[in-house]
Design a protein around this ligand. Structure first.
Ligand code: CP
Length: 315
């Protein structure tokens, strides 16, 4: 088995279809591992990984940390809020100081689009992007596509996947579009005009402003969170009249699913705004695979770290 074509995972855009398939095959093996009574393998026991989170996270942060520990890596965690970044230290200086402590790989979430790529060009280590602003969230897209593969089969050709909601502020949407298209799926984005980027059709996706039309078309609906924190703060809505109006037009309800003549698969990357983009009876139903996505996230991140580590020079 060959390795990945990349040294860093800064986005899905730079991956080949073969890279994605290799990550999935490797994740299959690690999914077996994490479902065994002894969930640990020694694969990365000579590696030290720093998790740098400059933005809030529950799933991604814990998932990476668990993936690293299941692979027997040594792990250090860094939170911007309690660090010397608050005293004015630059990103490059911060990371170079961490690397001086003999750290081999860096997982980073950052609010600025392009931060992971920037870092990969300016420091001497392997970078894994855990979400950079509104740009990409590659491991989320990999675990989303892996969850679709698990439920609908490995051949994505002809599969129709809808991404619904706040596309404008979403790094999950862009990474999902790249990932699904590389695998051969068709993608539709759906939401109010104000939450769909103007030139998104240039990526080869269909665009709809009707949830009903979108649900009629798709095999899978990935429901995205409304990112109030990127709408100017203070919990104000700025891109539609009210949350109530948004949920009436674009919220996925059991009634809307029951009107369909087919059973679609429902995904959500989390965190969920229950009653806004998805109702509880859908989120907790057997059509939704939201917690399976979270489980798969650990296997996918183990696969990514394991495959990237084969190219890492130990310090
Ligand atoms: N899906 C996702 O990235 O969740 P967190 O922000 O909790 O990591």
């Amino acid at each position: 088995m060959g390795g990945l074509s990349v040294k860093h995972l800064t986005g899905i855009k730079g991956l080949l279809k073969e890279d994605i398939e290799l990550i999935f095959q490797t994740a299959d093996e690690f999914k077996d591992v994490i479902n065994r009574p002894i969930k640990k393998v020694p694969s990365l026991r000579d590696i030290t990984i720093a998790n740098l989170f400059f933005e809030n996270s529950t799933r991604t942060r814990l998932s990476f940390e668990l993936a690293e520990k299941r692979l027997s890596a040594d792990v250090v965690n860094f939170s911007a809020a309690s660090s010397s970044v608050k005293k004015g230290e630059t990103l490059i200086d911060t990371v170079n100081n961490i690397l001086a402590m003999k750290v081999d790989m860096v997982v980073m979430r950052h609010p600025h689009p392009g931060a992971a790529k920037f870092l990969s060009e300016h420091v001497n280590t392997t970078i894994v992007n855990a979400g950079d602003g509104t740009h990409e969230h590659p491991t989320q897209a990999l675990l989303d596509a892996y969850s679709i593969r698990e439920n609908l089969g490995a051949d994505f050709k002809g599969k129709k996947v809808a991404i619904v909601g706040d596309i404008l502020h979403s790094r999950v949407a862009l990474s999902n579009i790249f990932c699904l298209q590389k695998l051969g799926a068709e993608v539709m984005v759906c939401g109010p005009t104000t939450l769909i980027p103007k030139h998104i059709k240039e990526l080869g996706v269909k665009v709809s402003h009707s949830l009903e039309e979108t649900l009629d078309w798709c095999d899978v609906a990935n429901m995205l969170r409304i990112q109030l924190e990127r709408q100017g703060g203070n919990d104000d809505v700025a891109f539609f009249p009210s949350l109530r109006e948004y949920s009436m037009q674009y919220g996925l309800t059991k009634a809307k699913l029951d009107q369909l003549e087919k059973k679609i698969l429902v995904l959500h990357p989390g965190p969920i705004n229950r009653g806004v983009e998805i109702t509880s009876d859908v989120a907790d139903s057997d059509q939704a695979v939201i917690l399976d996505q979270v489980e798969n996230g650990v296997a996918i991140r183990m696969a990514v770290l394991y495959l990237l580590a084969s190219g890492v020079e130990r310090k």
